[in-house]
Design a protein around this ligand. Structure first.
Ligand code: NAD
Ligand code: TYD
Length: 336
């Protein structure tokens, strides 16, 4: 049985991925997570007793610890989800983004090289391509042109991954996915933030004119694509992942209000995010044609399920928004 080291498995996508893999494969999973503000053990309570799952608290930047763990657990492959992931926080302060996203990835690559790891999957993002005008989509050959400290740190990590493949033959793969939504997403991101504020009858802060476009994918479809790339992707390659579902932010916000039976007067237009990328759109032809992957969920179904999940799991998010989140919220939104 293969053993995969999943880093950042207590975050939004990592926890959904671990649950998905335990259900849909025979792999064993070792989860390494630092438990930053975004990492939450409660995201995985339902599987913590699973005999194919083990958790270690630790930092991907700690070379000695990662080395020890990979050796001790006899890890075959690494899938790196661990990251600082929120653009707005990277605008407030970028240091942790460079540390975890760049140095942390470098540590993992170095350990992979020294332990003859079979496959190394880097979970990247479409944001490394920068911003699109009204037409066109990102393909895997679109030049990297990141605009935020977050996306610049992710693009830097991608370049290191490519260099470790080219120079040392580390068997790497990179996935670049569009915006995810679904259960367990930290409420700093657009969709959970708007659901939670609407449920609490608080203002819904929409940046700029609300017409920035994101291309949305349900998290389980992303997890399924990652598993496909992990199992069948061609070493050294990049795979874009997306579900052809572009929407302006304001449309998403109005849909959430409608679904919750709340009034649009809760919408508040606030000062724009500095350097705000206008539009993202993914061309996922390569993964569809080469790996026979396609999304299973429609947006209409999955957004309803997501909204219902936040309604049914109030204690999960209420605990989060009473902690460190309050300081961040105040700092970022009070001056807008
Ligand atoms: P998240 O912020 O919800 O989770 C990140 C996890 O990484 C947390 O559990 C955190 O504790 C952990 N972590 C942070 N620093 C660490 C460190 N130094 N060592 C070990 N663990 C650490 O993020 P997410 O939304 O689940 O994103 C996961 C990955 O997917 C990221 O690499 C992100 O760039 C990428 N991605 C996200 C999206 C999206 O829409 N959320 C889209 C495309 C790609
Ligand atoms: P976000 O979820 O932060 O993802 P990203 O910036 O990585 O795409 O934001 C999605 C979009 O929603 C983005 O265009 C910024 C916008 N947005 C708001 O208008 N208001 C908010 O409070 C947040 C968090 C985001």
């Amino acid at each position: 049985m293969k053993k995969i080291l999943v880093t950042g498995g207590c975050g939004f996508i990592g926890s959904n991925f671990i649950r998905y893999v335990l259900k849909n494969s025979d792999y064993e999973i070792v989860n390494l997570d630092k438990l930053t503000y975004a990492g939450n053990l409660k995201n995985l309570v339902d599987i913590e007793e699973n005999s194919r799952y083990k958790f270690y608290r630790g930092d991907i930047c700690n070379y000695e610890f990662v080395s020890y763990l990979v050796d001790r657990e006899k890890i075959d492959s690494i899938i790196n989800f661990a990251a600082e992931s929120h653009v707005d926080r990277s605008i407030l302060s970028s240091q942790e983004f460079i540390r975890t996203n760049v140095i942390g990835t470098n540590v993992l690559l170095e350990v992979a090289r020294q332990n003859a790891i079979e496959r190394f999957v880097q979970i990247s993002t479409d944001e490394v391509y920068g911003s699109l005008g009204p037409d066109g989509k990102f393909t895997e050959t679109t030049p990297l042109s990141p605009n935020s400290p977050y996306s610049a740190s992710k693009a830097s990590a991608d370049l290191l991954v490519k260099a470790y493949h080219h120079t040392y033959g580390v068997p790497t793969l990179i996935t670049r996915c569009s915006n995810n939504y679904g259960p367990y997403q930290f409420p700093e991101k657009l969709i959970p933030l708007m659901i939670i504020n609407a449920l609490s009858n608080k203002p819904l802060p929409v940046y700029g004119d609300g017409m920035n476009v994101r291309d949305w994918i349900y998290v389980e479809d992303h997890c399924d694509a990652i598993l496909k790339v992990f199992e069948s992707g061609k070493i050294g390659e990049v795979y874009n992942i997306g579900a052809e579902n572009e929407k302006p932010n304001i449309e998403i916000v109005k849909l959430i209000l409608k679904e919750l039976g709340k009034d649009e007067s809760l919408i508040t237009f606030v000062k724009d995010r500095p350097g705000h990328d206008r539009r993202y759109a993914i061309d996922a032809t390569k993964i569809k044609e080469e790996l026979n992957w396609k999304p299973k969920y429609t947006f209409e179904r999955a957004i309803k399920e997501t909204i219902a999940w936040y309604q049914e799991n109030k204690s999960w998010w209420q605990e989060i928004i009473s902690g460190e989140y309050l300081n961040y919220y105040k700092k970022w939104y009070e001056e807008r």
